[in-house]
Design a protein around this ligand. Structure first.
Ligand code: NDP
Length: 271
């Protein structure tokens, strides 16, 4: 895959889970990587490890809800490596609460991180991406393909991301911009620990068996392949493919399946 050699890849949410794995994967494929997240010390550590292996990495502390900080992230890529070829909007936050009970601030927070974080980074990376017919990747979710009960704000933010990115793709049809929406299923990471509950506090535990999930490294490899082939939609495992397919022909059946699967979680907010 020397396609990535010398290309510059910006990854948000690179301090943990899928984003960290994406940064490591693209660096191993020869790309310059620019890592963004709020935990600067973790970024410093990961970038250091990438460099020790002969890779090229820079990092920038960024809260993606802050437009000016997203501009600084893109400026870092331009300053260090001369531009941006691939932007991966991965920074994300989840939730677990029934809409009946949830404080609406939780939904605002999810929209701020997942949707506005994507918009903010795209805004400042776009001119550089247009110059090189580059790629934007939105890390969505199976919850961005069909509503996931207990995650109204999460599903809504991922659907919003999709609407935004699909429109950006069409607006840039003649400029050769590639836009890919990637939809991982359950992946072992910190996402469920950090997820917000009804009152906005962190869940602090996972209701699922993380050992049975895909690993972030597997997701990163599939995303890299998708970018290489300039795919529009990147589905990863049976959950994603089945959801995409069944939704077309039997959406009501899919509603019942999603209800049944999520109601089985320990302490599910619905039964
Ligand atoms: P993690 O919780 O492990 O990682 C989330 C990352 O997002 C961290 O690096 C975190 O860094 C960063 N982040 C959170 N809030 C902000 C913010 N305001 N500004 C900047 N960075 C932020 O979760 P995953 O790796 O699992 O999640 C990555 C993406 O994958 C998310 O978009 C998620 O929705 C999606 N996804 C995950 C699935 C899963 O099962 N794991 C399934 C489907 C999709 P820091 O705290 O340092 O800022």
């Amino acid at each position: 895959m020397n396609y990535f050699n010398g290309k510059t890849v910006v990854v948000t949410g690179a301090s943990s889970g899928i984003g960290e794995a994406l940064a490591r994967e693209f660096a191993a494929l020869g790309a310059n990587v620019v890592l963004g997240a709020r935990s600067i010390q973790k970024l410093q550590l990961i970038a250091g490890e990438i460099r020790e292996k002969g890779g090229r990495a820079a990092y920038c502390g960024v809260d993606v809800t802050q437009e000016a900080e997203c501009r600084e992230l893109i400026d870092t890529a331009v300053r260090e490596f001369g531009g941006v070829d691939i932007l991966i909007c991965n920074a994300g936050l989840s939730m677990r609460a029934l809409f009946d009970d949830v404080d609406l601030q939780v939904l605002h927070r999810l929209m701020d991180v997942n949707f506005w974080g994507t918009v903010n980074c795209c805004k400042y990376a776009l001119p550089y991406l247009q110059r090189v017919r580059g790629s934007i990747v939105g890390i969505s979710s199976v919850a961005g393909l069909h509503g996931l009960p207990g995650r109204t704000g999460y599903s809504a933010s991922k659907y919003a991301m999709t609407g935004f990115l699909e429109t950006l793709r069409i607006e840039n049809l003649k400029k050769g911009l590639h836009v890919m929406i990637a939809c991982p299923g359950f992946t072992a990471s910190n996402v469920r620990f950090a997820a917000l509950t009804a009152d906005g506090s962190q869940q602090g535990e996972t209701p699922r068996d993380e050992a049975k999930m895909m690993t972030p490294a597997e997701v990163a490899r599939i995303v890299a392949r998708g970018v290489r082939h300039r795919k529009r939609l990147c589905l990863m495992e049976i959950e994603g493919r089945a959801t995409h397919f069944v939704k077309k022909f039997a959406p009501a059946f899919l509603d019942r399946m999603f209800y049944w699967v999520m109601a089985k979680e320990p302490d599910s907010p619905f039964k």
